[in-house]
Design a protein. Structure first.
Length: 257
């Protein structure tokens, strides 16, 4: 079984705060002892996590990505357990408990950087859970954890075998399905998002698949002012989620909006 890692200052810090037992060893860059590094040392020491120092080049060999001098090795029996994952049954229970549920559905997003960024936006926007298909879609990896900055431990991820069937289940539970499609004329900003909502974002380039699109109750688009015809999926996800959040804060009487 291949060793799993998490890396990057924020991702590792959140891991040590929330799930310290999942870390079997903390690798830090030799010669780096700034304040952020000292804070990680304290967290690791308090959790009895072994700490080792390596030259930057050796850390580069452990992971592929900008590690910022920090790599956490996940235990063989706990690798991936720090990630928050739900079954479809757990999602259904959450929907029954939350009348204003907000579910993010990613239809075939394959880039781990995009998945991580979507999870980070989902955390910030108060998303109930994120649904992704098991096939032809990114799963949580060290890169996803790094980009998500701790959101893999706070936002439930639901991996489903049949996305179309899962959307049917959401509809049966009273959730309204909103799909994004650049060619439709209905703007995100003229759409009212009330009650339980599922926001469906299509894959990079290809967009939503046909069966996914057919399950949507509404199709909406982001009005574009420039020459670029579309946004990166993670950017578009953040824009859509925070428009939904803005509307809900206004409906709740929040000030300053």
């Amino acid at each position: 079984m291949a060793t799993e890692y998490a890396f990057g200052l924020h991702a590792v810090e959140e891991l040590l705060r929330r799930q310290p037992k999942s870390v079997s060893r903390l690798w830090l860059q030799k010669g780096r002892d700034d304040g952020r590094m000292q804070a990680l040392l304290v967290l690791a020491s308090n959790a009895d996590v072994p700490i080792s120092r390596l030259p930057r080049g050796k850390l580069d060999e452990l992971v592929s990505g900008r590690h910022q001098g920090v790599v956490a090795e996940l235990g063989e029996n706990t690798a991936g357990q720090s990630d928050l994952r739900w079954s479809e049954a757990q999602l259904q229970q959450a929907l029954s408990d939350e009348p204003q549920a907000l579910v993010l559905v990613l239809d075939g997003v394959t880039d781990p950087h995009n998945l991580g960024a979507c999870l980070r936006s989902a955390d910030a926007a108060g998303v109930t859970a994120v649904i992704v298909p098991k096939d032809n879609a990114a799963d949580i990896t060290a890169v996803v954890r790094k980009v998500a900055c701790g959101a893999t431990e706070t936002v439930p991820l639901v991996r489903v075998t049949n996305l179309a069937r899962s959307l049917d289940t959401l509809k049966a539970a009273g959730v309204w399905i909103y799909g994004t499609a650049g060619e439709v004329g209905v703007s995100l900003y003229s759409t009212e998002f009330s009650g339980p909502v599922a926001l469906v974002m299509g894959a990079e380039g290809a967009g939503m698949r046909r069966l996914t699109r057919e399950r949507c109750d509404f199709l909406i688009s982001l009005p574009m002012a420039g020459a670029v015809s579309s946004l990166n999926v993670s950017v578009a996800t953040g824009v859509c989620l925070f428009e939904i959040r803005r509307q809900r804060l206004l409906a709740d009487g929040a000030s300053g909006l």
